[in-house]
Design a protein around this ligand. Structure first.
Ligand code: UDX
Length: 427
């Protein structure tokens, strides 16, 4: 059993803290927001993350997990400090490391000799090496240990990871070995390397996935023009196991708290290192054009958008989360509003109005009197809606399904004109 301090009780920090407690460690998790610390101490979890409330409850009740205000306790008296503070996009697309630096300044005089300081926050290549210099403690190892947690699957991804990546900065080799030991119970293969390579694994993975999606979104556009069907094209591609099946669904663009930030940060790191990375520029550029493309499809199917009442099904950046950060649905909504459409929306996880979208309590309310419906998030329940009943309540029977989620036959039988990405429109 190790004593672990986790700095930052955001989505990554909280998952890390609760999961290490589950693995049997003694965990102190620090945050600067009093309200958050108070509610977490009562085992109340605000975020929508399956399994996390139960783990927090279990850890707090079993006294293996504590939440504290301010970082002191999470820095002193522990064997490992995990930094899980935000690294948002800063100037020129580079990651803003202000929060990481602030914690390090505190850590310098606080951490015990022999402690491992672990960067879990996503940071640009070379950061752990620089941080070791900033920390200025020969008796403390600085280690990179990036997270690969998908929202909606974070607990599972932590406890049953496909890989554990640990990188040592100069002199941190022993600390890195001890970090690998923390994950022993997960049975995952470990990649042990230098800290810069470990930092790159995280960016390289997320940017590769984003690149796959931009590629497929462009392919879908091509399918529409030349008359192919993207589902058949990707099915045919995915039977080649060098390509695989994952991340080949076209959509309104990729979003969320990671891909947009990480693609920009890697491009910025490449530019700083004077490496031309046109693939990454194109990946980002293609995604930037995706919301506009969805609006063009909507206009072509519905007609002029000024004054039209449009119903949006799904607002979060993907299904299974309540997260609206960098949601492509909201990018589409902003453009529709710019063209003068009146927007109502429904999302199983969103209760408050979002920007120009008046949020209603059900898909049925959203459909009532609508001049068109747009499916923007792939919530499975949208596929189960009563299409004949909805067809009776809409004003015009047009649907733009950007997730290719709805059952084509049923929707068309109910009398709708259905537009998908990468397919010919149906009926
Ligand atoms: C991602 C990475 O998967 C995770 O490893 C990393 O640690 C954090 O970033 P997450 O942000 O939760 O996780 O989202 P993810 O499930 O990867 O989806 C990203 C975006 O791609 C979403 O907007 C999603 O809707 C979109 N997507 C995904 C598609 O449009 N099509 C697909 O086939 C898959």
């Amino acid at each position: 059993m190790a004593r672990i301090g986790v700095v930052g009780a955001g989505y990554v920090g909280l998952t890390t803290a609760a999961c290490f407690a589950r693995l049997g460690h003694d965990v102190v998790c620090a945050d600067v927001e009093p309200a958050k610390v108070e509610s977490l101490s009562r085992a109340e979890v605000g975020a929508h993350e399956p399994g996390l409330p139960e783990l927090v409850e279990e850890g707090v009740r079993g006294k293996r997990l504590r939440f504290v205000l301010g970082n002191d306790e999470a820095l002193s008296g522990v064997d490992f400090v995990f930094l899980c503070v935000p690294t948002p996009t800063g100037a020129d697309g580079a990651a803003d490391l202000a929060a990481v630096h602030a914690v390090l300044r505190e850590a310098r005089g606080a951490v015990r000799p022999g402690c491992a300081v672990v960067l879990k926050s996503t940071v640009p290549p070379g950061t752990a090496e620089r941080v070791a210099g900033l920390l200025g403690r020969d008796d403390v190892g600085v280690v990179s240990n990036p997270e690969f947690l998908r929202e909606g699957h974070a607990v599972d991804d932590f406890l049953r990871p496909q890989r554990v990546v640990v990188g040592a900065s100069a002199g941190g080799e022993d600390a890195a070995r001890r970090v690998v030991g923390l994950y022993e119970g997960t049975g995952a293969p470990a990649v042990v390397t230098d800290s810069t390579s470990a930092e790159l694994v995280k960016y390289a993975s997320n940017c590769f996935l984003a690149m796959k999606l931009s590629y497929v979104n462009s392919l879908a556009e091509l399918c529409e023009r030349v008359g192919g069907d993207i589902s058949d094209v990707t099915e045919g591609m995915s039977l080649d196991d060098r390509i695989g099946t994952a991340f080949l669904e076209p959509g309104p663009g990729w979003g969320g708290s990671c891909f947009p930030k990480d693609t920009k940060a890697l491009l910025s790191a490449a530019e700083e290192a004077r490496v031309d990375f046109p693939l990454l520029r194109a990946t980002i550029g293609t995604n930037g054009h995706q919301a506009r493309r969805v609006v063009d499809l909507a206009r072509a199917a519905i007609g002029p958008l000024r004054g039209a009442r449009l119903g949006l099904l799904g607002l979060t950046f993907k299904a299974g989360t309540d997260d609206l950060r960098d949601s492509p649905a909201l990018a589409v909504a902003a453009l529709l509003a710019e063209e003068g459409a009146r927007l109502v929306g429904y999302d199983p996880c969103v209760r408050r109005d979002c920007g120009p979208v008046r949020v209603l309590g059900s898909a049925e309310e959203v459909a009532r009197g609508a001049d068109g419906l747009l499916v923007l998030t792939e919530w499975p329940e949208f596929a189960e809606l009563d299409w004949p009943a909805l067809a009776d309540s809409v004003h015009r029977r047009v649907i733009v399904d950007t997730r290719n989620l709805l059952p084509l036959d049923k929707v068309v039988e109910a009398g709708f004109h259905l537009v998908n990405l990468g397919r010919r429109a149906a009926a």
